[in-house]
Write a protein that binds this ligand. Structure first.
Ligand SMILES: NC(=O)c1ccc[n+]([C@@H]2O[C@H](COP(=O)([O-])OP(=O)(O)OC[C@H]3O[C@@H](n4cnc5c(N)ncnc54)[C@H](OP(=O)(O)O)[C@@H]3O)[C@@H](O)[C@H]2O)c1
Length: 278
């Protein structure tokens, strides 16, 4: 399989959580709609990673695209985040679990590399622990062996990131977090990301911010721009430097989400949406 040295990160990631047996068809539909970034995890409890591989194979087989055109991202998930369907031997050491989980991901996805490999969440909600340090070093080995191009962390606090930066020579390429408007759209983490040249990936932009979708600032901008409130939120996310995720199962919403990349918001509009949190 060809291994592109670089594939630019697309403007949107299509999220594959909670789709179960619909995963292959929805991934194929998303790729046909124009998504070129796919987010999954080797966590059978919430994701059907092998179904992602099937959808990708179907799109490639139909000539929609090739593997090299797709930014594929998956995750390593600690034992407490998993159910009984484990992608590794839970008695093995953490570095071995990382290697086993990655091997299983590559098999599920039908590829010999992913574009991004993400730690699904630190082992403690408070500190960046010795376990996290071991896992991160093991993830770096996967990257150095060519099985992933880039590395990321998810569900992290500013404290996690600061502690991580203090003990490792390398910070992640990505932070993937749930983005709440009421927390200033994760302002502190986004600021850390800007300082360290980390791309911030935001999820639950719609589902975590239902009040914002109904706010007159957002609906008014939608009317002005002939766009839906959902499209305004995605355009806002991009304007402040986020890489948004969408998990839509609806083909019209896929089209709308992708079309939001063409919207331009004024600096005043961006400030007004940011200020909704205050
Ligand atoms: N790292 C983590 O721990 C973590 C946690 C959660 C999620 N994620 C990732 O993030 C992905 C996305 O999750 P999410 O929480 O952001 O989204 P989500 O829960 O999959 O839901 C997106 C929601 O927005 C709606 N929607 C999307 N586009 C729309 C549009 N244009 N108009 C109206 N409604 C629209 C969808 O409805 P329709 O289906 O009807 O369009 C759906 O209800 C997941 O699939 C997963 O890959 C990661």
């Amino acid at each position: 399989m060809s291994k592109p040295q670089t594939l630019s990160v697309p403007g949107f990631l299509y999220g594959t959580a909670w789709k179960e047996e619909r995963t292959p068809a929805l991934v194929e539909l998303a790729l046909r709609a124009g998504f070129r970034g796919i987010d999954t995890a080797n966590q059978r409890r919430h994701y059907f990673e092998a179904g992602v591989g099937k959808g990708l194979a179907a799109a490639c087989g139909a000539g929609v695209l090739t593997r090299a055109d797709v930014f594929l991202q998956t995750k390593f998930t600690y034992r407490p985040g998993q159910d009984h369907r484990l992608p590794y031997d839970s008695d093995a050491t953490l570095p071995v679990q990382v290697a086993q989980s990655m091997a299983s991901s590559l098999e599920h996805l039908g590829t010999d590399y992913v574009n991004s490999y993400v730690l699904h969440g630190p082992s403690s909600g408070y500190d960046w622990t010795e376990a996290d340090a071991q896992v991160w070093e093991a993830m770096k080995e996967e990257r150095d062996a060519g099985r992933t191009r880039l590395l990321g962390v998810s569900n992290v606090s500013l404290r996690h990131l600061e502690q991580m930066a203090a003990v490792h020579s390398e910070t992640p390429a990505f932070v993937q977090n749930r983005c709440y408007a009421r927390l200033g759209w994760d302002r502190d983490i986004r600021s850390f990301c800007r300082q360290h040249k980390i791309t911030y990936q935001g999820f639950s932009l719609l589902t975590a911010n239902q009040d914002v979708l109904r706010h007159p600032v957002v609906t008014g901008l939608g009317t002005q721009q002939n766009a839906t409130p959902e499209q305004i939120i995605f355009a806002f996310a991009r304007s402040v430097g986020m890489l948004p995720l969408t998990g839509t199962s609806n083909s019209e919403h896929m089209r709308q989400d992708l079309a939001s990349t063409a919207l331009t918001l004024s600096a005043d509009a961006v400030r007004a949406i940011e200020a909704l949190a205050e």
